[in-house]
Design a protein around this ligand. Structure first.
Ligand code: ACO
Length: 384
């Protein structure tokens, strides 16, 4: 369409626009497909390491390929102590800096010590993807440990990626069901075609900038509460509802009606693509609830409240939960501090971002769309 033609549909935010090709992922109303494999199939039958290999290498791994990939991840988990020292310091001074900002800074520091930082060749980018994926749990742990008053723990090569992430985050070796729930959540969060953070990463990569810079941009885009930050915002919202309704002075129905009257967005609901529901949400709710019933039955009140909120939202607005809604309850039940929910999303989505950055660099043309001008008519500087 020519730049000067006025469009009637609301295409703000590029709504409904197809802006490029990808072989990494396909999304439609009923399916989310990573390189030919549907998400429910992957969540039921694959591990996060297998899914990460699928996304980064482009095919399902053989047993040997998986073993090599897994070993490379384990070999690259450590982060230079000079970097961890900085993370630990900025995690507590000031104490309210968001962990996503700290993680963004951590990736930036890691880039300076990556020997292939400026090498955008396919082989170097594959190796950098593994290093980034391996180190992110270590950076997340270095932020959380001092906030909990704990000393940093070393990555544990006997643990899977999901279990090591929980170990770094909490300083406790997780039970197998906690590891499974985390693993499934990482699979569900790994990739989603041209979502805002992936698109941001691709725009940065398209200028021939490097992978670490593109990932820092992705973290910045994911942080917002309309995107990845919604998993924290959803849990905060549920905590507000629980608090405001606890003394029976207000019902959940009334809380929701107030939100509708004030035209507030309910966090963890709605989706740009899925209009009849995000099927990742059902998968994660099932695993979160299973963990809750088996390990933390007292926390089931959160799932009950979530179901009530979800029911009212559906009845009144016909809007469904997205994956961030059950994620909030699930990570809460796992005992993870709320501000670390979105960094965990990074620990997963790093795979999708890196796959897209590699795809962009393999067939690059700078991403530079046009804008529809809506400013004043042409004026003379001297006459006005
Ligand atoms: N709460 C209340 N109303 C909503 C919500 C919501 N969560 N989501 C959409 N709506 C309303 C909109 O206000 C709009 O109403 P209107 O027509 O009266 O203006 C209508 O539903 C249609 O909205 P969309 O055009 O579908 O919204 P859009 O595609 O622009 O935004 C988004 C999608 C950002 C996800 C939005 O639904 C939202 O803000 N949700 C809450 C934040 C959230 O959960 N984000 C996570 C997304 S998933 C992810 O990133 C992993």
């Amino acid at each position: 369409m020519p730049a000067c033609e006025v469009k009637s549909a609301d295409t703000r935010g590029l709504a409904g626009q197809t802006v490029g090709d990808t072989s990494v992922c396909s999304v439609n109303q009923t399916q989310l497909i990573y390189r030919g494999y549907e998400i429910a199939d992957l969540a039921a039958n694959a591990t996060f390491e297998e899914v990460a290999f699928l996304l980064l290498a482009g095919h399902k791994p053989s047993a040997d390929e998986l073993a090599e990939f897994d070993q490379a991840l384990k070999d690259n988990r450590s982060v230079e102590s000079s970097i961890l020292d900085v993370i630990e310091r900025i995690a507590v001074e000031p104490a309210d800096v968001h962990p996503m900002s700290i993680l963004r800074t951590g990736i930036s520091m890691v880039s300076h010590l990556d020997p292939e930082c400026e090498d955008n060749s396919a082989d170097a980018e594959y190796r950098k993807s593994i290093r980034l994926m391996a180190k992110i749990p270590t950076l997340i742990g270095a932020c959380q440990a001092p906030r909990d008053g704990r000393s940093r723990v070393e990555p544990d090569a006997s643990l899977s990626h999901a279990a090591n992430l929980l170990w770094m985050l909490t300083g406790k070796k997780p039970e197998s069901i906690a590891t499974k729930v985390m693993d499934v959540s990482l699979i569900l969060y790994a990739e989603h075609d041209f979502n805002a953070s992936t698109f941001t990463s691709r725009v940065i990569a398209s200028t021939n900038s490097d992978m670490h810079s593109a990932v820092c941009g992705g973290i910045g885009a994911l942080k917002g509460n309309l995107h990845g930050g919604a998993n924290e915002a959803a849990m905060d919202m549920l905590a507000d509802i629980m608090n405001d309704t606890s003394d029976s002075s207000m019902t959940v129905e009334e809380w929701m009606q107030n939100a509708f009257n004030e035209k507030r967005k309910l966090m963890g609901f709605g989706h740009r693509v899925y209009k009849n529901g995000d099927h990742r949400a059902g998968i994660l709710r099932e695993w979160g609830l299973k963990y809750c019933e088996e390990v933390e039955p007292d926390k089931k009140v959160w799932f009950d409240l979530g179901d009530e909120v979800q029911g009212i939202m559906h009845r009144e607005k016909d809007i469904h939960p997205n994956v961030d809604f059950p994620c909030g309850m699930t990570y809460f039940t796992l005992g993870i501090p709320v501000p670390q929910y979105t960094p965990i999303f990074v620990a997963s989505r790093i795979t999708g971002w890196c796959a897209h950055i590699m795809e962009q660099h393999a067939n690059n043309r700078i991403i530079r769309p046009l804008a529809q001008y809506a400013g004043p008519d042409l004026m003379s500087w001297c006459d006005s």
